[in-house]
Design a protein around this ligand. Structure first.
Ligand code: B12
Length: 481
């Protein structure tokens, strides 16, 4: 009897190219579950439709699995609704293969029922796919309707509560990293990714991570993370970024991962970057990260004003930001502070205060997103839909109409910033080159990493690492990381 098998598809064509980490993890798990797979990676295909037709000429399995990392690019200036293109690809895949289409991914899981309906796919998985996908493929291979699989989403069952699929992280070996072409992604995209844990129990009002990944934090064995880094190194990949929402939550796990990387002797041979929270950061962690090969941290600080931090549901203070930056300086870690401006309650005065604090703290770079992407299922979405949202004095901007609230990119901007919020922020920044901020009508992409030619060029010229650090190095004429 033929063994169950599935075609894994990456539809993401954004440039610079970020490797679909999910497919390396899903492939590892499918193998461990005895399910065969092949890969169709459309990232480097100039003609996706033609590549699909070529692939359909070969052996066909039981299903086609599409990873949907991005619904949109989450950037107010561009509002690129990627899911609309993925929908076209799903249609082409369906016609070419005549097989059930299964979708999943972090973007997908931010709105699983809506995304499934919009894409016209047959099955979806909300949450982690490592155990769910093999179970679905096995059922289909046996000619059975997949049922009772945690996380599965099926058309017409919209009213059922969606539960998030979970994977057996303590027993699965996610370290091989041998499904996607990591060497090519490193050459063209300048970095790889590694996830050390999943889920976030934070209370940030706008964040889709608790929706897509769950509130319960699940940790990977630190040694397995180090083995994974070593697998990448064997492929010539020397720079990577953590793919956790915030690496230092919980801090004990971050310390254990750093110890495992250092013990494996990787601290000197690899360079990595992380998203971190200033709330649970410490000098001890900073030193451990440096010794494990970390060279730069992006702190999602959002605001430099206590009232806005509270409104956004953040649990750090301005003093935490200051302290974190100080420890990074002591240990020569580069720092970007990321701001999220324009949320409910933002005023010209709070913007002024935040921008002034950034100038005073003087990190290596400050990234500014103006306008907050609203995701269904977040406190922000609930608040906007409730009567309390009626008099919040915010404007909603939406780039596309779908019957599902917040599926197409939708951004909230405080009305109190007036008719020209971008000009207002630009005026506060002035000519300060440390800020990444571009107006929507500008040609430059700034630190929008979607269709960013400046970055593509820099990577072609040999730069590697986190994109903010690559842009900084090019701007400041610094050597490659
Ligand atoms: C790290 C990260 C980055 C890093 C990537 C570094 C790297 N080397 O990989 C950087 C900074 C480069 C980055 C850039 C961008 N990012 Co980003 N990023 C992330 C982050 C934190 C992790 C992504 C990741 O790899 N996760 C780990 C993988 C394994 O998880 P996964 O893809 O969810 O896969 C699991 C499940 O979903 C499921 N699954 C996945 N596929 C499938 C398929 C099937 C069939 C099944 C059954 C299951 C399944 O199983 C997998 C294993 O459990 C996520 C948020 C998050 N917590 O995931 C945002 C996130 C994906 N990014 C996002 C965005 C918007 C972007 C940018 C477009 C931003 C911009 N405008 O510049 C760019 C795009 C870059 C590009 N060119 O593609 C958004 C997407 C949201 C949306 N609206 O679509 C997210 C969700 C953050 C957010 N909430 O806003 N990003």
């Amino acid at each position: 009897m033929r063994s169950p098998s599935v075609l894994l598809v990456n539809p993401n064509q954004m440039k610079p190219a970020i490797g679909p980490l999910a497919l390396d993890y899903l492939g590892a798990s499918l193998g461990q579950h005895g399910v065969a797979f092949s890969l169709l990676d459309l990232s480097f295909e100039p003609d996706a439709d033609a590549a699909i037709c070529r692939a359909a000429d070969g052996e066909r399995g039981d299903a086609v699995a599409v990873t949907v990392r991005n619904v949109d690019d989450c950037y107010f200036g561009s509002q690129d609704f990627v899911l609309a293109r993925t929908k076209q690809l799903v249609r082409t895949l369906k016609e070419a293969f005549g097989l059930p289409i299964v979708c999943g991914g972090v973007g997908f899981s931010t709105s699983p029922v809506a995304a499934l309906a919009f894409l016209g796919a047959d099955y979806g998985v909300a949450g982690e796919g490592e155990d769910a996908l093999p179970a679905i493929v096995r059922s289909l291979s046996a000619g059975e309707e997949p049922r009772g699989i945690p996380g599965i989403v099926v058309p017409g069952r919209e009213r059922e509560a969606v539960v998030l699929a979970r994977a057996s992280l303590d027993t699965l070996d996610l370290s091989p990293r041998n499904v996607i072409d990591n060497a090519r992604y490193f050459r063209d995209g300048g970095q790889a990714g590694i996830e050390t844990k999943r889920g976030c129990d934070g209370a940030c009002v706008y964040c889709a991570d608790p929706v897509a990944k769950g509130r319960e934090v699940r940790l990977r064995p630190p040694k397995n993370v180090a083995q994974e880094a070593a697998s990448l190194l064997r492929q010539g990949v020397t720079h990577w970024h953590t793919c956790d929402s915030e690496f230092n939550r919980p801090p004990e796990h971050a310390l254990a991962v750093c110890a495992a990387l250092a013990d494996a002797g990787l601290g000197d041979s690899m360079r990595w970057y992380a998203y971190c929270s200033p709330a649970v950061f410490s000098r001890e962690l900073c030193v451990a990260m440096r010794d494990a090969g970390c060279v730069g941290i992006n702190f999602g600080v959002d605001a430099g004003n206590a009232d806005m931090l509270r409104r956004l549901g953040r649990d750090h203070s301005v003093d935490d930001i200051r302290a974190a930056l100080g420890w990074c300086r002591e240990n020569r870690l580069a720092v970007m502070l990321d701001l999220l401006l324009g949320g409910p309650g933002e005023t010209p005065a709070t913007v002024r205060q935040t921008v002034a604090l950034m100038k005073q703290l003087s990190p290596d770079r400050v990234g500014i997103s103006l306008g907050i992407r609203v995701y269904a299922g977040t406190p922000l979405a609930r608040w906007l839909s409730s009567s309390a949202g009626g008099d919040t004095r915010v404007r909603l901007h939406s780039a596309g109409e779908t019957p599902w609230p917040f599926l197409a990119p939708t951004f909230v901007v405080s009305e109190r910033l007036g008719e020209a919020p971008f000009a207002l922020v630009a005026e506060e920044i002035g000519e300060d080159p440390r800020f990444f901020f571009v107006a929507p009508e500008a040609e430059a992409r700034g630190y929008n990493y979607n269709a960013n030619d400046e970055l593509v060029e820099a990577i072609r010229a040999g730069h590697r690492g986190a994109y903010w650090d690559v842009l900084r190095r090019v701007q400041d004429g610094l050597p490659q990381a």
